[in-house]
Design a protein. Structure first.
Ligand code: IMP
Ligand code: MG
Length: 190
């Protein structure tokens, strides 16, 4: 795969580019066109899952040629021991009532699927017009719960990735491409 734009900006020998900037942008434009067609006569309301989805969300929204309202919801898992139970803590609630709106929930990655499953169940009790999922990445080998996402950017193998919103130890979200760290633990400690 071709080198990502500004790959040398970080110039980190610890990172292998998985999906470069141009490839991400081209796919986001495709998804935006698809969403524009699908929501032509609807009240599209985008909800981004903080923090990982914020970079994808900001590009995706500008690729949608419709009036769009948006909101954020913040989540975090209850820690390693409870992660498999799917218990998710809401760290930032919605600002706008989603009732009656056609909600597109935007997430960075479907890993185990537990976060999205929790959010879907929570939103289903809110009398939405409709609910669909857009995820930048999907890691099918890791799924513990099957979540149907209507829009998926890329299906990737079971590798830990950083960049374009995804972090290790809160770093590397600002990489404009997606990369596989050779040693994620070393990156997290920096
Ligand atoms: P879940 O396991 O599907 O609930 O995903 C929970 C969250 O874990 C995601 O929203 C990401 O923030 C994070 N996550 C999962 N896989 C990766 C990865 O490969 N890199 C960085 N963050 C990840
Ligand atoms: Mg996340």
């Amino acid at each position: 795969m071709a080198a990502g734009r500004r790959e040398s900006f970080i110039n980190d020998p610890n990172l292998d580019v998985m999906i470069d900037y141009e490839t991400i942008q081209a796919r986001v434009r495709e998804l935006g066109a698809e969403i524009t067609r699908d929501y032509a006569n609807k009240k599209l309301h985008v909800i981004g899952v903080l923090k990982g989805a914020c970079v994808f969300l900001s590009d995706l929204m500008r690729a949608i040629d419709l009036p769009v309202s948006f909101d954020f919801i913040g989540t975090s898992s209850y820690g390693a021991s409870t992660k498999s139970s799917g218990e998710v803590r809401i760290t930032k609630d919605l600002d706008i009532s989603p009732c009656g709106r056609d909600v597109l929930l935007v997430e960075d990655i479907i890993d185990t699927g537990l976060t999205l499953n929790y959010l879907i169940n929570m939103l289903r009790s809110r009398e939405l017009g409709s609910l669909e999922i857009a995820a930048l990445l999907d890691k099918p080998e890791r799924h513990e719960i099957e979540v149907h996402a209507r829009y998926i950017g890329f299906t990737i193998p079971n590798q830990f990735v950083v960049g374009y919103g995804l972090d290790v130890g809160e770093l590397y979200r600002n990489l404009p491409f997606l990369a596989v760290p050779k040693n994620p633990d070393a990156l997290a400690r920096r």
